[in-house]
Design a protein around this ligand. Structure first.
Ligand code: GTP
Ligand code: MG
Length: 170
């Protein structure tokens, strides 16, 4: 097993390409109400998880929920790709403003794993360039990620992700 310390009442930002297993990981380690996903927020404002035109409103809602939960002292997990520094910056700003600790958990699976998983999903029909692009963005921003967050856990490969045990820390 690999123990990951996470802030008991702070922000946990999952980072990984589509198909890396963020939603699966969130379900395994957290209660449903602790997890705020971009998919849920997109569906909430558009009735369609895949409606890209709803992205702006979806993230506004996501940030609003994160802000409210952190203000109320609740552990909050963000289930979105978060591979772009800009997307993380918005979340970090919310956490800073609420004086909440923030930690990042990176799920780094081989490209073929993410691609194969997505191909098997009835709810995802991604153009083939999406996962490679997200991986490049993640790679490019990995150093910055360690400066952005007080604590960063990088889980490399399916086995390391499987072996993770989360330890809440006050
Ligand atoms: P997006 O929401 O598109 O960004 O992807 P995601 O990172 O949330 O991936 P998700 O957790 O939905 O996983 C994608 C597919 O892979 C799902 O069908 C999962 O059941 C499967 N999957 C995810 N994690 C694991 C894992 O650890 N083991 C196995 N066997 N399958 C997994
Ligand atoms: Mg997901």
């Amino acid at each position: 097993t690999r123990e990951l310390r996470v802030p008991a009442t702070g922000l946990v930002v999952l980072v990984g390409v589509s198909g890396s297993g963020k939603s699966h990981f969130a379900r395994r380690h957290f209660r449903p109400t602790q997890v705020v996903s971009s998919d849920f927020c997109r569906a909430a404002v558009s009735d369609d998880e895949n409606d890209q035109a709803a992205t702006g409103d979806a993230f506004e809602l996501l940030h609003h929920i994160v802000r409210t939960r952190l203000r109320r002292g609740l552990l909050t997990v963000v289930d979105a790709t978060n591979v772009q520094p800009r997307s993380r910056e918005a979340l970090l700003a919310v956490a800073r403003h609420q004086d909440a600790l923030a930690c990042a958990i990176v799920l780094d699976v081989p490209e073929h794993v993410a691609v194969e998983r997505n191909a098997a999903r009835p709810d995802r029909d991604l153009p083939s360039h999406v996962v490679p692009r997200q991986r490049r963005e993640l790679r490019r921003g990995l150093k910055a990620l360690h400066r952005e967050f007080k604590r960063v856990h990088v889980l490399t490969g399916v086995d390391e992700i499987d072996a993770a045990v989360l330890v809440p820390e006050r």
